[in-house]
Structures are given as C-alpha cells and as structure tokens.
Design a protein around this ligand. Structure first.
Ligand code: UN1
Length: 504
C-alpha cells in the first residue's frame, strides 16, 4: 500500500460508517479502484440500514449538545479543522488524485478549497447576523434570529470528493448543525480519510459525533436518509437525475433541500476577445479534471470573425495535452473515473457524429490499462440533441455565431443553468451578458472561464441545476432556521394593522 494511505488511516479493509467512532458495519464490500490503472486500492465494508440508524441517532444526540456551544466557539473548532487539513493537504490531495483521477495540482487545489471554506466559516461564526425591524406598534421591538437546524444530510459526488463536502460541512458546523455524509461510492477512501482528519479534531474537543459518515448504496441508505424526517435539510451535489429523486422525496415530507446539479456550461468568445486568454480558459474548463466538473466548459460560441483562428489554436492545443498518470507532475489530463464514463463519452461522440457533428480533435479512448480518453473537440450546431445534454467527459462543442443576442439565446437554450462566461474587451457585450437579458446561469463571468470558482461566492445554478447555493456569501442561511421575534416592552397590547378586539 502507498504510504500516504496509511498516514490517512486507510487500511486494506475499512468500516463504512462513523458516528463518532467507526462502526463494525455489516453491509456488502465495496472495492475502490484507481482509475489510472484499474487496480484495487482498498475495500470498504458498507453500512446497512441498521448502521444508518445508529448513525442518525448519534448525530441527533450530538446536535443537542453542539447547538448549545456558542457559534464562535464552534468556529474555533472549525479553525482547528482548517489547520488539520493544512497538515494533511499533501497526503489528502494525493489520495484525491489516486482514487478519483484528477491531476495532483487539482487534487491539492481541492484540499485547498476545503481549507478556504474552513477559514471562511471561522469568520462567519461571528457573523450569523439577523436583521432588526421597526415595529409599527409603540414600545415594541422586532428582530430576527437564526437558530441551528438539526442533522443535515450531505450527498456528494465523486468529482469533488473532499471540497464539496467541506463547503457544506464547515458551514453547517458553525451554524450549530450536525451532519451525516453520504459520499459517492466511487470515492469512498477520500471520504474515510477526510473523516479521520475531522475525527481527530472533534475528539480532541469533546464533540465526536458532529460529523458522521455513511457509505452505502443510494438505493438503501441513501433512500433511508432522504425519507428520514429527522433530517430537516438534505444538501445534494450530483446529477440532475439524482437531484430530481432527492428533491421529490424531500419535498414530499416538506423538508428542505439544497440541490447543486448538472451544468451545460458555455463560453462566448466575441470578435474583440483576447484569444490567447480565451484559449487558456477554454482548455482549463474543458480539459481540466478530464471534463468532470459540474462547471466544466461543454460548449463554446465563437464570433465568426475569430472562429477559424480560435479553432485552429484549439486543435493544436488539444493535440499537445499530456494524458497519463495523474500523479505525474507533467500530466495535464488524467483518466475518467470508470469504464462506464468512457462508454458514455464514446456514445456521446457517436451520437454527435450521427447528428452531423464533425470531430476536429481527439475522439478516441486510449489503449492500455486505466480509463483514459482523448479530449475531444466537435464542430456542432446548437439544434443538435446531444449538445443539450451534460456528458461528464472532456467533449467540447464549438459553434460559430454572428449576432450576440442570438448566441445568448442559444447559450440559454439548454435545461441546465450553472456556470457561464464571456470573453470580450467590449464593455457593452460584457454588460449585456451580465444583464437580466444575458446569461441565465447561477454563475456568470467575464474574461474568466466557467470552472474554478472561489469559495467566497454562493455556488449553484438555476433551472435543472436545482436552484441551491452552497459555500460562500449568505448560503449559510439555508443551514439555519429563521425566527422572527416581536417583544412588547410596554403596558398596553396594541394589535397590528389597527385591529380592535376589546371586551366591552
Ligand atoms: C463541482 O464540480 O461539483 O468551480 C464543483 C469549480 C470548483 C467546484 C466544482 N471550485 O470548478
């Protein structure tokens, strides 16, 4: 076994549930494979529904204590989590690369993202502000306050196996919530390792049950969790299909969700754009993380005046992307996560060609072990069916345009609405794109690509992306319950709206 696995507490056989202590789980074995060579890394004995029950009970008990700790004191413990993540950054980043397949620089960046949100949450722990209002009644005072919500369910995807959990977990923790994490079954070891790092901090501070973990099938423990009325909020990051199911089930019990689902992100490049800058952003957006970010660039609309030149640059760049071992510092693109992802990509390319698309670069899988593919550039038409779908792979569809409003209409003409960007040096074009008749996405950038957002902003999108917001800004409000309080400090009982209700 690799050294860093041992340092992160990963063994040959691991428990799949933790509620302050690792449980003796009794579920089916789950083997985690390295996508770069297809070899097994370690095994996890998954949680059963009984294990889930033990976890949810402990999380609820932990909540009763955790909510009583003043928020800045909770922040102090989260500060220690940020330090622990800093200490483990190298090992954890390496594990992310090894188990998920993104290149090391991105694996380290992912842990940095978790550190950043921890730092953000520490400050936030002293800023969980409510408003005060002027009462219409004399000698009355009104204000609102924010209380902890309860046990939060966190469902995360394979592509950001540490950071997306951290967005939710660090914020939920300072808000006074405890939580149960249901990570992707593709990346169980990243979850176990992260849990180990957190356990050390939580144990030291006498709050072992604040962050819990359950690894098991979506169809068993996942379903239990979303149907569980003891979980007032489920925050889920993943596919639209998964989000639709979670949204439906949680809404049916009138619970809350934060949904951060698929994207079909596009970049517009106008006739005034700095093409070299656009090229770099497109390459990082479409090829980075092997196209497996929810923010990955999947479509580009290029003004006809610069279309040929940019496409030429892109074809050259696509041909020189180094593909291989994600832990090798020279590699720019690692493997896809598994065989199914490769097949989905192949099907999408075949479908695009059937619909009249033309492959300009890439298009094939790589021979040999592991799930390697070539980044693929396809000349397409906006009315093609396949370009409206999110294929979680490095496929980029290119379209020429003549008229900006038309391009924006095409841009918005898909079901998803996560991230978007325009490359331009024209103020009018930039502002049009950012205006209410511009991009309809949750994230809209100028001269920056679609992926690689900072944690300080609220992260999420509209339409089929689910409408939820995670991470920075005031996303914390979704993790708390709001209470409006009116206090009468006078000796009369005036009613609002001038209503009289007196006994004669
Ligand atoms: C995701 O793919 O689910 O903006 C999250 C980005 C990263 C987060 C992506 N900071 O690309």
């Amino acid at each position: 076994m690799k050294d860093f696995l041992g340092r992160l507490g990963i063994r040959e056989m691991n428990s799949g549930a933790c509620n302050g202590a690792w449980l003796d789980t009794k579920g089916e074995d789950l083997v985690s494979f390295c996508p770069a060579d297809g070899q097994p890394i370690a095994t996890v004995r998954q949680a059963t529904e009984d294990d889930y029950e033990a976890v949810v009970r402990a999380a609820h008990e932990a909540f009763l204590e955790w909510r009583m700790l003043p928020a800045p004191k909770r922040g102090e413990i989260v500060r220690q989590m940020g330090l622990a993540l800093r200490e483990k950054k190298e090992d954890l980043g390496r594990l992310v690369s090894y188990e998920m397949g993104k290149i090391l620089s991105e694996g380290l960046g992912e842990v940095q993202e978790a550190i950043d949100i921890a730092d953000f949450a520490v400050g936030l722990s002293r800023q969980l502000y409510g408003l005060t209002m002027h009462s219409e009644r004399p000698l009355h005072r009104m204000y609102e306050q924010w209380h902890p919500l309860g046990v939060v369910g966190i469902v995360s995807a394979f592509n950001f196996p540490v950071a997306v959990w951290a967005w939710n977990a660090m914020i939920a923790a300072v808000c006074g919530d405890t939580m149960i994490w249901k990570p992707s079954s593709q990346t169980p070891l990243c979850a176990i390792a992260t849990q180990n790092v957190m356990n050390e901090v939580l144990d030291r501070n006498g709050f072992p049950g604040v962050m819990a973990l359950v690894l098991g099938r979506g169809s068993t423990v996942g379903e239990r969790m979303i149907q569980d009325r003891r979980i007032p909020l489920v925050s889920a990051t993943g596919s639209c299909r998964m989000g639709r199911r979670i949204g439906e089930v949680v809404a049916n019990r009138l619970g809350r969700t934060i949904l951060e689902l698929g994207g079909n992100n596009a970049i517009l490049v106008d006739e005034t754009a700095d093409l070299d800058m656009a090229l770099r952003a497109i390459l990082f957006g479409a090829v980075g993380t092997a196209g497996q970010r929810c923010t990955s660039t999947r479509r580009i609309f290029v003004h006809r005046k610069v279309h040929a030149e940019l496409v030429k640059k892109l074809v050259a760049a696509y041909g020189s992307v180094s593909i291989g071992d994600p832990l090798d510092p020279k590699t720019l693109m690692g493997p896809l996560v598994n065989e199914a992802a490769v097949e989905t990509m192949e099907q999408a390319i075949a479908e695009a060609v059937r619909e009249g698309g033309k492959v300009l670069a890439g298009g094939k899988r790589k021979k040999g072990p592991g799930f390697f593919v070539e980044p693929t550039l396809i000349e397409a038409r906006p009315d093609m069916k396949i370009v409206r779908e999110e294929t979680f792979a490095p496929i980029l569809y290119v379209f020429p345009y003549d008229d900006l409003d038309r391009a924006i209409a095409w841009h918005n003409g898909v079901d998803q609405g996560l991230s978007s960007a325009i490359f331009t040096r024209d103020l009018l074009h930039a502002e049009t794109f950012l205006s209410h008749r511009g991009s309809d996405c949750g994230i809209a950038n100028v001269n920056i690509g679609t992926s690689g957002a900072e944690i300080g902003g609220a992260f999420g999108g509209e339409k089929d992306t689910g409408g939820g917001r995670e991470a920075g800004s005031d996303s914390w409000k979704a993790y708390m319950r709001r209470q409006t309080c009116t206090i009468n400090w006078g000796k009369e009982l005036p009613l609002a709206q001038g209503v009289k209700f007196d006994l004669e």
